[in-house]
Every structure is written in structure tokens, then in C-alpha cells.
Ligand binder design. Structure first.
Ligand code: CA
Length: 225
């Protein structure tokens, strides 16, 4: 099955140029003309890659990027007419995987898309992570403690996945911020404590043993005791 690409861009001239080219290259393409319908399309029919314009009516590309990133690991290629370094950095901080400055050639676009697909292959292959009696399915984002299903929000899932990919390793607050929040919050924020508390409440709801431990002054670790 060909990969599906979602294009979120309000300028029809550009969407037509991209859509025709991608279809010719054998991809399946869906187009959304503003941020909200783009987010809805991504949620209803998850694409394999998103091409996202920065300047969109209503919700701008940066905000769309942050919201997509909080819910999915889909590769995001941002299009921007601005080529100041700061804007690129802002886009990458918001969770974009790459950016392309307008105007661009179709060959350039294809090169970026192929590179993103090459990079994303290992993480897009679903697997079930195990630790003690915890299971986490990276395809469906479902979690189980023993036989008990655990409902996780997108951020809780990301945090738990980070711990389950690094069992018995102490993760510092900086590493957790970097990997889960992309520095969206300042270093003074207690957001990590809050989310660790949520995860503990959910994973220990039936009186199960604690798996997420605090390492005072350093960070957190997933271990049996
Ligand atoms: Ca635009």
C-alpha cells in the first residue's frame, strides 16, 4: 500500500503543484486548506507524513505542528516563506522534523520526503514494550498493567514510552523535557512531577507496586523497586 501524505496548505496553486507531483510519484494524497481541518484529517485518517505550511488562516502551522506532535510521531515537513534562522528553529522546536523554504522545486520536496521516510521507518514499526507486568503497544498506544487496561493521554503515553524504552536508567529532568516536551515549558515548571503523578495514579490504581521511582535531585527511573 502506498504511503499517505497529508498536505495542509491554504494556497491552492501550491497544493495542486504538490498533489499532482506526489500522485505521479505513487503516493496517496489528502489536502486540507486550514489548520483545523488538517488536524481533523490527521486524527480521522492518520497519514504517514504531513506537509504543513507555516502561514495558514486561523490556527497557524506552528500551533498545528505542536498539536500533531502531542498526539503522534508522524514525520512533519514544514513549509515556510520565512527563511530567518529563528523561525526554522522555532518550527523544529515545535516538533517539525524538517522544513523547506518557499519557493522550492519538486525535486527538493521529494528528496526531503524520501529522507523523512527513511528516518521514520524504525519508529513507525509498531511493537509491544514490556516491563515487569506493564505492556505498551506502540501501534495502538494501549497500555496494560497485568490484564488491566490503562487509559493514557497523548503526553502520558509519550512519557511512559520514554521510560519503557529506557528501563532501569535514571532519566534526568532535562532529558525528559527534551524528549517529551521539546522545551515547550520552562525549566522551572513542575510539569514532569505532575505527569509522573498521573502515571503513578494510573499504573497503581488497583494497589499495584510502584514502578516509577523518584531519584531525589536527579530525575526518575522505571524499575521494579
Ligand atoms: Ca499558506
Amino acid at each position: 500500500m502506498a504511503e499517505r501524505i497529508l498536505v495542509i496548505e491554504d494556497e491552492q496553486r501550491i497544493t495542486q503543484f504538490i498533489e499532482r507531483g506526489l500522485i505521479y510519484e505513487g503516493y496517496r494524497v489528502e489536502v486540507a486548506y486550514d489548520g483545523r481541518s488538517g488536524l481533523a484529517a490527521a486524527r480521522d485518517n492518520p497519514p504517514d507524513l504531513v506537509i504543513l505550511d507555516w502561514m495558514l488562516p486561523g490556527l497557524d502551522g506552528l500551533e498545528v505542528c505542536k498539536r500533531l506532535r502531542s498526539a503522534t510521531n508522524v514525520p512533519i515537513l514544514m513549509l515556510t516563506a520565512k527563511d530567518e534562522v529563528n523561525d526554522r528553529v522555532t518550527g523544529l522546536d515545535a516538533g517539525a522534523d524538517d522544513y523547506l523554504v518557499k519557493p522550492f522545486s519538486f525535486d527538493e520536496l521529494m528528496a526531503r520526503i524520501r529522507a523523512l521516510f527513511r528516518r521514520s521507518v524504525p519508529s513507525s514499526r509498531p511493537e509491544v514494550l514490556h516491563f515487569a507486568d506493564l505492556k505498551l503497544d506502540t501501534g495502538t498506544h494501549r497500555a496494560l498493567r497485568g490484564e488491566r487496561p490503562i487509559d493514557l493521554t497523548a503526553k502520558e503515553y509519550e512519557l511512559l514510552e520514554l521510560f519503557m524504552r529506557n528501563p532501569r536508567q535514571v532519566l534526568t529532568r532535562d532529558v525528559i523535557f527534551d524528549r517529551v516536551w521539546n522545551y515547550d515549558f520552562g525549566g522551572e515548571s513542575n510539569i514532569i512531577e505532575v505527569y509522573v503523578r498521573y502515571l503513578r495514579q494510573k499504573t497503581e490504581a488497583e494497589g499495584e507496586s510502584r514502578l516509577l521511582h523518584t531519584v531525589r535531585g536527579v530525575g526518575y527511573v522505571l524499575r521494579e523497586q
